[in-house]
Design a protein around this ligand. Structure first.
Ligand code: 5GP
Length: 237
């Protein structure tokens, strides 16, 4: 399957048309941004890791009954996906306090939460992806109440499945961000799932193995991505 016209270029990915209007190619770059693109850099090999980790997790989710946009991996950096109309909501699920929730609620990073916390953010870079509630979602007509209920149920199911899979690889799934799309009227999990969009901590040491190493200038960023790739993809292979 060859790349056609470039449809969209984002911070970490490019999306190309293909000869089939139902299929797109998602290309994973090494470009990294943080703090709403105020910080920019490159994480060498990141695109390859995110493509492979997303492949493994999307396949696991499909096998477990969660529909995704994944069709197949085409190369190190290219993934064939179903064309979707992306719902303009970012869905975050949290198992441990970290990041913006630690700041917003004034709680210590690392505090476990008894049941997963689910949040919706408006997908809008110009506004810095603000937190929104159900009334905002209705007002902005981002998704119907039935779609929101289905999205939330899928996000919590993703959490159960991926959290258990990563626990077997000595990784704590602290939190993550998901995006969903509509494909012929059906909701699918879209975008990607990997160390760019998840907080992943080593279970025994608590070491951060994700994009927070880049965000916080913690060093050894490439090594952390490679470690996640090894733990998730080599076991799965
Ligand atoms: P927080 O709200 O604490 O900054 O992020 C919560 C989780 O969602 C983290 O795992 C973070 O990586 C992910 N996340 C939220 N928004 C974005 C985003 O715009 N880009 C990426 N790569 N991850 C995000």
């Amino acid at each position: 399957m060859d790349r056609g016209e470039l449809l969209y270029e984002g911070k970490a990915k490019r999306v190309y048309r293909t000869a089939d209007p139902d299929l797109l190619i998602q290309h994973f770059k090494d470009d990294a941004t943080a703090f709403n693109a105020q910080k920019r850099g490159t994480i060498v090999g990141k695109g390859v890791v995110n493509n492979r980790v997303s492949e493994v997790l999307f396949q696991l989710l499909e096998r477990s009954g969660v529909p995704t946009h994944f069709v197949r991996r085409l190369s190190d950096r290219d993934m064939l996906v179903k064309a979707c109309q992306i719902v303009q909501l970012e869905v975050v699920v949290r198992n441990v306090i970290a990041g913006s929730l630690a700041t917003r609620l004034g709680r210590a990073e690392g505090e476990p939460v008894p049941e997963p916390i689910l949040e919706h953010y408006l997908k809008d870079d110009a506004l810095g992806d603000p937190l929104v509630n159900d009334s905002h979602v209705r007002f902005l007509n981002l998704a119907t109440p039935d779609e929101v209920a289905a999205i939330d149920a899928m996000a919590l199911r993703v959490n159960e499945i991926v959290r258990a899979c990563l626990a077997e690889r000595d990784i704590v799934l602290v939190d993550f961000k998901l995006e969903f799309g509509r494909h012929h009227g059906r909701l699918l999990l879209a975008d990607e799932m990997g160390p760019d969009t998840c907080r992943l901590w080593d279970k025994s040491t608590g070491r951060k193995l994700d994009k927070d190493r880049f965000r916080g200038d913690l060093g050894s960023v490439e090594e952390a991505y490679e470690e996640v790739g090894r733990r998730i993809c080599e076991v799965a292979a």
